[in-house]
Design a protein around this ligand. Sequence first.
Ligand code: FES
Ligand code: FES
Length: 170
Amino acid sequence: MTTETNSPKNTRDLSLTVNGKAVEGNVECRMTLAEFLREEMGLTGTKVACNRSECGACTVLLDGNPVYSCTVLALDAAGKEVLTIEGLAHEGELHPLQEAFVERDALQCGYCTPGMILSAKALLGRNPHPTEHDVRKAIEGNLCRCGSYPNIIKATIAASEKLAQKERVK
Ligand code: FES
Ligand code: FES
């Protein structure tokens, strides 16, 4: 929720959930979500590359959907749930997608990786058994300058299989 404050800098109070934790802040109206996460919260896993909605490096999940945080205002995340790459590991254990990216060498410089993994996570949330075509569609807004796409696709499918296995033994 946002509250107007009488400040020369034109700021607003902001509350939202980031990686499962309630967070409050007072932000300039023009601050982007990427700036809020990186500069106010120190969550530098969210990368900024083009800073204009072209590459997907800054992708985070907002209420489960991938968004380019470089062009979403922090205030537009008020009352919502944000998931960044830092929120994926659980009690020191990597998420199956993170494991699969490491095991399948799905990165080179790693700059696209947080956004890529979050787009893949959103895909697995709505489609637990994606085909190669499904993965390609899901990551079409994420640019990998190193051309790691073949291994990114294999890693995402491997993670979906691992997650399905975990479900079966539950
Ligand atoms: S940094 Fe946001 S889309 Fe490129
Ligand atoms: S691994 Fe370098 S941009 Fe994708």
